[in-house]
Design a protein. Sequence first.
Length: 289
Amino acid sequence: MGTPFISGITPKILLGDVSGDGPGEGQILLPDKGQGQRYAQLLGKEMSFVYTKEIGPGNGEPVSISLRVSGIYDNSSPGTDGAQAAYVSSKVLQSTLANARPNTKALTYPRAYVRVDSADEVVNVQNQVRALGYSVNSVAGQIRSLSGLFALLALVSWVIGGFLIIFCLGVGMSVGGSWIKQRAREVGLLKAIGWSGASIAGVYMVELAAVGLIISVVGALLGTLCSVIGTAVFSGLQLDLLPVAAWAMPNWLLVLGALFCVPMFLCLGAVGHVARLARLDADSSLRDL
């Protein structure tokens, strides 16, 4: 009928005023959604729940219990309790189970939780529980098993960033090299009317930075759109190992970094070519006019 609330293990509360110890006596926590409907509208309402009371071997009768919906929890990423667990206090669960079974039948529990004072004690406590003949899993062990995956994802992010820098430098060198051939006459005309080499180089670098900024803005907009759509898709898949909030925006510091880095590395790649372009002699540049 219900699942005991274990602080620190159960999902986060989306709606309702629930203490750190979970729902109180006469209260229940329901999932955010399930079976094609949402339960947020039930918040604060008194609900009747029916369980079966055993009155004989193979015989039972329905018994109703009234509980108030004190909170709605996030079940977008189901945990060990399942996707649609209903959480109640341990006192409510024990009294319900005691009433549902004959006094001669002892209560059994399929799972137990042990909380240690510090992470250093996890291994020792696990060994002690295993010595009693029980199978043991720990949240710390699950996190360590995923550390390799997270490290690989972090490495891939750095590799992609490195390729982006090399690409921007390469584009800058390519654009700067093409400018030497295509804009030599323009440099000659500018120098003929009194422009200095530094002024010409500055104008070309500003122009290249503007091109890079346009490219980075377009890329940032496309990346943000893909991030929003991608998080919505992955959230709908409800992957246990990759819980994602739907329609999440990317980190704005990373977006601003991309807006700054693309034009900067584009200019760095072209600075040598632009410097040579600005040093061209006016007579040599205009000779073929």
